[in-house]
Ligand binder design. Structure first.
Ligand code: ADP
Length: 326
C-alpha cells in the first residue's frame, strides 16, 4: 500500500489545452483517495520559490473547459542545476509533499527523471504537449485541440488561396515532430506536408512539384512543420520562389494561435483519464513513469523510455495524404 499522504502537482514547459482538465482530475482523484493536494505554481520555478497552495475540490471547479493552465507555467533554468534541484527538494520536505505529479513535455519529464533519481523521490508524469512528440503514448494532452485549431485556420486560408490561385505554405508547430503538420494536412485537405521525419530522406518540395502537383488544381496549401530540418515555411517559400517562379507564393505562420482555446472533448477525456491514472499509479507504488495511452488502454511508460526515444511517424499517413490529395 502506498504511503503517499500529500501530492504536489505542477505544469511546466509549453502550455497545452487540457492541462486544466488534468489538474482537475488529479486533484479530485487524490482527494477521493484521501490524499492531500498542493498546487505548485509556475512549474519548477514555483517549486524552488515555494509558490505552493493547498488545493480543495472547489479550487478546480469550472476549469475543465479552459485552455492554458491555472497553475501557470514557466521555464526554469535553476532546476537544471544541482543547487536548484536541492532547493526544490528542501521545499517539498518543508511542505510535507511526498510525491509529485508533473504535466509537461519532453523537457519537463527530463527534469523530473533527473530529480527523481537524485533524491529517490516518487514522480508520475503526464504528457502535456500539443506536439504529440512523446514516445510510448499514442497521443498527448493538447494535441487534438491544436489539430482542430489548425484545421479551422487552414479552412479559412483556403478561401483566399482558391480565390487568388495561390500556393500557401502554412507553418505549424511541432518542434522537431511532424504530427501536427501531417495530420493537419490530412484533416484540412491540404496538398502536402513537409515534415522533419522525412526531410533527410528526400526533397519533399521537389517531389511534390515534380509529381505533378497542381495538375488538377489552381490553388494549393502545403503544411510545413516548424523545424530547422524543414527550414520552416519561410525557408521553403524562398526556395520555391527561386526554383519555381511561376507560383504565386504566400506564407502564414500559425504560431501561438495553436496553443490556446478550449480543449476538445477528446483532450478533456484524455486529460481526465490520465489524471485519475496518475493517482492510481502512485497508489500502486509506481515510480518515475509517464502515463501513456495505447489502443485506448492506460499504460505506464518509464521516464527513460519516453524521453530517450523518438516517436516515429506512422508511415501509412504519408501515403494517405499523397493518395487523398491528387
Ligand atoms: P517542455 O516540457 O514543454 O518540453 P521545456 O523543454 O522548456 O518544456 O522544459 C521545461 C522545464 O523543464 C525547463 O524550464 C526546466 O526547468 C526543466 N528541464 C528541462 N530540461 C531539463 C534538464 N535537462 N534538467 C533539469 N531540468 C530540465
Amino acid at each position: 500500500m502506498s504511503t503517499v499522504k500529500c501530492v504536489g502537482i505542477l505544469t511546466s514547459g509549453g502550455d497545452a489545452p487540457g492541462m486544466n482538465a488534468a489538474i482537475r482530475a488529479v486533484t479530485r482523484s487524490a482527494i477521493y483517495n484521501g490524499i492531500q493536494v498542493k498546487g505548485i505554481y509556475r512549474g519548477y520555478k514555483g517549486l524552488i520559490t515555494g509558490e505552493i497552495q493547498e488545493f480543495k475540490t472547489q479550487n478546480v471547479s469550472n476549469i475543465i473547459q479552459r485552455g492554458g493552465t491555472i497553475l501557470k507555467t514557466a521555464r526554469c533554468m535553476e532546476f537544471k542545476t544541482p543547487e536548484g534541484r536541492k532547493q526544490a527538494y528542501d521545499k517539498l520536505l518543508e511542505e510535507n509533499v511526498d510525491a509529485l505529479i508533473v504535466i509537461g513535455g519532453d523537457g519537463t519529464l527530463t527534469g523530473a527523471r533527473i530529480f527523481a533519481k537524485e533524491f529517490n523521490y516518487p514522480i508520475v508524469g503526464l504528457p502535456g504537449t500539443i506536439d504529440n512528440d512523446l514516445y510510448g503514448t499514442d497521443i498527448t494532452i493538447g494535441y487534438d485541440t491544436a489539430l482542430n485549431t489548425i484545421m479551422e485556420c487552414v479552412d479559412k486560408i483556403r478561401d483566399t488561396a482558391t480565390s487568388h490561385d495561390r500556393l500557401f505554405f502554412i507553418e505549424v508547430m511541432g518542434r522537431d515532430a511532424g504530427f501536427l503538420a501531417l495530420n493537419g494536412a490530412i484533416a484540412s485537405g491540404a496538398e502536402a506536408a513537409i515534415i522533419p521525419e522525412t526531410s533527410l530522406e528526400k526533397d519533399q518540395l521537389a517531389e511534390m512539384i515534380e509529381n505533378g502537383f497542381r495538375k488538377s488544381k489552381n490553388s494549393s496549401i502545403v503544411l510545413v512543420a516548424e523545424s530547422e530540418i524543414t527550414g520552416g515555411a519561410i525557408g521553403i517559400a524562398e526556395r520555391t520562389k527561386k526554383e519555381y517562379p511561376q507560383f504565386d507564393v504566400r506564407v502564414t505562420i500559425l504560431g501561438h494561435l495553436q496553443r490556446g482555446g478550449s480543449p476538445s472533448a477528446q483532450d478533456r477525456i484524455l486529460a481526465t483519464r490520465m489524471g485519475v491514472a496518475a493517482i492510481d499509479a502512485l497508489l500502486d507504488d509506481q515510480r518515475n513513469v509517464m502515463i501513456g495511452i495505447q489502443n485506448d488502454q492506460i499504460i505506464y511508460v518509464p521516464f527513460a523510455k519516453a524521453i530517450k526515444n523518438d516517436k516515429p511517424i506512422n508511415r501509412e499517413l504519408l501515403n494517405t495524404l499523397r493518395v487523398s490529395s491528387i
